[in-house]
Design a protein around this ligand. Structure first.
Ligand code: NAD
Length: 452
């Protein structure tokens, strides 16, 4: 059993804290947001992540997991301190390290509480940070203490929506460290997870670990932009991307994952991480041209669904908007299914774009309604369920792939809408089935169909 300090209890930190508690370690989660800590202490997760509420309650009740506003409550006993605070995008595209370095300074100051003969504290950069950050964190702490510590880079690869499983059953754990002591502590924490998942332990130097995280996200984003561009071409040449993606994905050198066309990538990671990596490339006189194209393709892709809507209703900048007075149902607000995260979500662009043209929107999501309400207020109407959103709407727009949308009763949907018109940004249905059922159906990279 080890003592673990987790600083920053957002999507990554809260899951890490619960995960290490699940493995039997004694964990203190720390956040500077008092309202968040208060909520978590009452067993309520401030984020939606399946299974998290239950783990928070269970481990807090057993005493393995506790929360505080102050790292001083846990620094003296800690074997490892994980930095899990945000690294948002700065104005110039780079990762804003102010929160990471503020935590490092706080650790440095609190180190005086540790015994002079305590084993070195393993300070773990888990936030996604550019190459060289481990060195900056080390310098920031060293300027404030003479107690022993080592900074380790341990990027996180969890996906929102299945974060707990990803954390406790990882494909691989990447650890950038320079000493065997640091490796032993990290192995003690992750070893049991890797035994179960049969995942790989990958020790490397800290800069390589830092770059691995950005390179992984860049690769995944590149695949998304690639298939979206192929989908756009499919529409032009009369091909169907559903067949093309299986055709290429069945080649084992390519693989089938991350080849689903859609509204472009969003969320809290890919957009900012790509910008940060591009910035690192520019700073090192090594432009990353494929990534520049990925970002550009994604910028275009985010407009594709609203362009389809505008084309269908005959929008023309030179004439009054034909969308004025029209009402649309919008299913899905989160940037992807199984999360409440709306950062860089396509739904927000749809809301802005279509309301600016005079349309009204009635929106639904299974988890992200509160976050959207906090952001856009009464710009849209919030429906209690998917069907209620459709009542009297001119068309249905789909922006998030929640499984319950894919299994919705489309006859009922049709009976509630004014017209059987659907703009499906997630390709939840097959065009020929929709045509046979009398729909005017628009999707991504497949033929647009209308009733025979
Ligand atoms: N969300 C993901 O899916 C994901 C996946 C992998 C990596 N990451 C990376 O992990 C990092 C955290 O991401 P997140 O989505 O969990 O962020 P988040 O915004 O959900 O959470 C960050 C938390 O840090 C807290 N915080 C900020 N400053 C603090 C301080 N000085 N002391 C204590 N707490 C402080 C905030 O109050 C907040 O609760 C980022 O670098 C991100 O890129 C995120």
């Amino acid at each position: 059993m080890m003592n673990v300090l987790v600083i920053g209890t957002g999507y990554v930190g809260l899951v890490a804290a619960a995960g290490f508690a699940e493995a039997g370690h004694k964990v203190l989660g720390v956040d500077s947001d008092a309202a968040k800590i208060d909520k978590i202490r009452r067993g309520i997760s401030p984020i939606y992540e399946p299974g998290l509420d239950e783990m928070l309650s269970r481990h807090q009740a057993s005493g393995t997991l506790s929360f505080s506003l102050d790292i001083k409550d846990g620094i003296a006993q800690a074997d490892a301190a994980f930095i899990c605070v945000g690294t948002p995008q700065s104005e110039d595209g780079s990762a804003d390290l102010q929160y990471v370095l503020a935590v490092a300074a706080g650790i440095g100051e609190a180190m005086a509480l540790r015994s002079p003969d305590a084993k070195p504290l393993i300070v773990v950069d888990k936030s996604t940070v550019p190459v060289g950050t481990a060195a900056r964190v080390r310098a920031t702490i060293a300027a404030r203490t003479d107690r022993a510590f080592e900074v380790v880079s341990n990027p996180e690869f969890l996906r929102e929506g299945c974060a707990i499983d990803d954390f406790i059953l990882p494909d691989r754990v990447v650890v950038g460290c320079r000493t065997d002591h640091a490796e032993a502590i990290m192995k003690g924490l992750y070893g049991p997870f890797l035994e179960k998942s049969k995942g790989q332990w990958l020790r490397m130097d800290p800069p390589s670990a830092e770059l691995t995280k950005y390179a992984a996200n860049a690769m995944l984003a590149l695949r998304i932009s690639f298939i979206n561009e192929i989908a756009g071409l499919c529409e032009k040449v009369g091909a169907d991307v559903d067949y093309v993606k299986v055709g290429i994905g069945s080649d084992h050198r390519i693989g089938k994952y991350f080849l689903n066309p859609g509204p472009g990538f969003g969320g809290s990671c890919f957009p900012k991480d790509l910008q940060a990596l591009l910035k690192v490339g520019r700073e090192n006189a090594h432009p990353l041209r494929a990534l520049e194209a990925t970002v550009e393709a994604n910028r275009h892709q985010k407009q594709v669904l609203s362009m389809k809507v505008k084309k269908f209703y005959g929008c023309d900048p030179a004439t009054p908007s034909p969308l004025a007075g029209r009402k649309f149902a919008l299913w899905g607000l989160a940037f992807k299914a199984h999360t409440d995260d709306i950062r860089e979500a396509m739904a927000l662009e749809l809301i802005e774009g279509l309301t600016a043209l005079g349309a009204t929107l009635v929106v639904h999501d299974f988890e992200a309604m509160d976050n959207v309400r906090a952001k856009v207020g009464d710009k849209v109407t919030y429906a209690p369920d998917p069907m209620a959103a459709c009542e009297g709407a001119d068309a249905l727009l789909i922006a998030t792939e929640w499984p319950a949308y894919a299994s919705a009763d489309l006859e009922k949907v049709a009976s509630l809408l004014k017209a059987k018109v659907m703009f499906d940004g997630r390709n939840l249905f097959r065009p020929e089935t929709m045509a046979a059922a009398g729909w005017n159906y628009h999707s991504i990279g497949r033929p647009t169909v209308s009733p025979a």
